[in-house]
Design a protein around this ligand. Structure first.
Ligand SMILES: CC(C)(COP(=O)(O)OP(=O)(O)OC[C@H]1O[C@@H](n2cnc3c(N)ncnc32)[C@H](O)[C@@H]1OP(=O)(O)O)[C@@H](O)C(=O)NCCC(=O)NCCS
Length: 180
């Protein structure tokens, strides 16, 4: 199966462009019950305060993240990975890449909202130092609560920082750093 052959090193992360949107919208529809429409993604391509990244494997877009910047804060508005590639580290790579960019831009705080029941996403964010700082009651259309999660840059440990020789498995390195 294709995903077994996926080398995380062969992933390419870059800014999104118009030609990526067909794949992005497809991934979005497969992952969310109330997906963003094409228009929503188009506007993210042109907004100056938005960072819209895609991750590619063998010239195929397999995930994306949209982040909004306001002064020294960032809000992760949307992130998803193709169902066929979930659970093998793609989301982690995307978040890590994003956090490095945000850090270089001088961002001090990153926030996001996540469904209470979305344990995979919560675990992803926790891995990078995000903590729950609030609950939004009935936030989602089906009445589920949303958790507000936040990380401040002094608490973020990114792969780039801990894996300086680039030869170690980043998951092992992150686990060691956090003593887990
Ligand atoms: C959330 C999402 C972006 C994560 O991307 P991903 O590529 O699947 O994530 P990763 O493989 O990097 O896994 C991240 C962590 O989640 C946890 N995780 C991943 N898959 C898991 C599974 N099947 N069961 C339990 N935990 C899991 C693990 O802790 C993992 O880290 P580790 O392997 O280092 O321990 C992706 O699953 C997705 O698109 N989900 C649907 C859309 C969504 O929920 N978006 C977030 C909205 S807030």
């Amino acid at each position: 199966m294709l995903r077994r052959n996926l080398e995380l090193g062969s992933l390419k992360i870059r800014e999104a462009s118009f030609k990526d949107l067909f794949r992005v919208v497809k991934i979005e529809r497969e992952n969310f019950s109330k997906p963003w429409g094409l228009g929503g993604f188009v506007s993210e391509l042109v907004k100056r305060d938005s960072i819209f990244l895609v991750v590619e494997f063998e010239d195929n877009v397999i995930g994306y993240v949209v982040t909004w910047i306001s002064f020294d804060e960032a809000y992760i508005a949307n992130i998803a990975v193709d169902l066929n590639y979930q659970g093998i580290g793609v989301g982690s790579r995307l978040i890590d890449y994003l956090l490095n960019i945000l850090k270089e831009k001088g961002i001090r705080r990153v926030i996001l909202e996540v469904r209470l029941s979305n344990f995979v996403a919560r675990r992803l964010y926790e891995k990078f130092g995000f903590k729950v700082v609030g609950i939004r009651k009935n936030m989602y259309h089906d009445g589920e609560d949303g958790l507000v999660m936040e990380v401040r840059f002094e608490n973020i440990v990114t792969i780039k920082e801990v894996c300086d020789d680039g030869t170690r498995d980043y998951r092992e390195t992150l686990k060691e750093q956090r003593g887990i």
